[in-house]
Ligand binder design. Structure first.
Ligand SMILES: [Mg+2]
Length: 295
């Protein structure tokens, strides 16, 4: 596994600057909490501790922060704060007013006026209050990157093959395609669906993106053989109907692939579907599910 180099901002990402800035002392300058907030006693942002322990274990993490230029004491306070909450990040603290100068894969930062948009890797625009931008979402984003970076060579080769195949396809109605051509035409759909699985929790550590594409491909072949052209031709939107029919087969195949590869004990598909629909209410089946898994 390739380690990612990840830079994590402090205020608003791991240290709760917002909360502290809500209580200005009398006579303080309005709109500039950075001139009076006590950085040494900032609370920790929810989820930051767990997230950083995961990142630290699997990747190379640095803290990249911008202390207020005029308050020299804050430079020391930030160092002390980090030691209190994240002793593992010793000597991993970078102070800079130019985040775009950092070299790495990911920058997790909540503001955009210190060069973040020009960071050469991926900038994750963090916001603790947005479900799509908080630590949970951020970890999901990182895990997606992990998956993409794992098998990059084979995956790129596959993508090149696919685009050359697609460029050779004639521009005719679906029904006029041969079986092979129809399968080729929907290869991007398989990739698309497989990528969605790769980011979801169930596939992580079980199968790679290439494996998922392969399983989806089996589903596509089976689906193409079972297309009912009468139904398709009657449909208002032929492409949409055909796509949704094949998607169902592809997703089913990928899901079955994950299920049969996920553990040393194989649970029949109908049982797994029961567990999925039950959402953990039946303790016994959940136990079965967990003891069969690779986790
Ligand atoms: Mg910040």
């Amino acid at each position: 596994m390739k380690k990612l180099r990840i830079y994590v901002d402090m205020d608003g990402v791991i240290a709760d600057f917002d909360k502290a800035s809500k209580h200005p002392p009398i006579g303080s300058k309005k709109g500039r909490p950075d001139l009076w907030v006590d950085y040494l006693y900032l609370d920790i942002i929810p989820g930051a501790e767990e997230a950083l322990s995961y990142l630290n274990e699997h990747h190379e993490v640095f803290i990249a922060s911008t202390p207020p230029w005029s308050r020299i004491q804050v430079w020391a306070d930030k160092r002390a704060w980090l030691e209190q909450w994240f002793p593992d990040l010793k000597r991993k603290l970078i102070f800079t007013h130019r985040k775009d100068l950092l070299i790495g894969d990911v920058l997790i930062d909540d503001s955009n006026y210190r060069g973040q948009p020009d960071f050469q890797g991926d900038w994750f625009w963090f916001n603790k209050d947005w479900p799509s931008k908080n630590w949970k979402a951020c970890l999901k984003f990182i895990k997606k990157l992990e998956n993409e970076k794992y098998n990059i060579q084979n995956y790129i080769r596959y993508k090149n093959d696919m685009s050359s195949v697609l460029s050779r396809l004639p521009d005719i109605d679906y029904e006029e395609y041969s079986r092979d051509q129809l399968i080729e035409r929907f290869l991007p759909l398989v990739e698309n669906l497989a990528r969605k699985f790769a980011t979801s929790q169930q596939a992580i550590g079980v199968m790679t993106i290439n494996d998922l594409i392969q399983e989806g491909f089996y589903g596509l072949c089976a689906g193409v053989d079972r297309v009912n052209w009468e139904t398709i031709n009657e449909a208002k939107d032929k492409e949409k109907t055909l796509k949704s029919f094949l998607s169902k087969r592809i997703k089913g195949a990928i899901r079955r692939g994950i299920d049969s590869n996920r553990g040393s004990m194989r649970i029949p598909e109908h049982k797994l579907n029961e567990i999925r629909k039950d959402f953990g209410e039946d303790k016994k089946t959940v136990e079965l599910f967990l003891t069969s898994s690779v986790y």
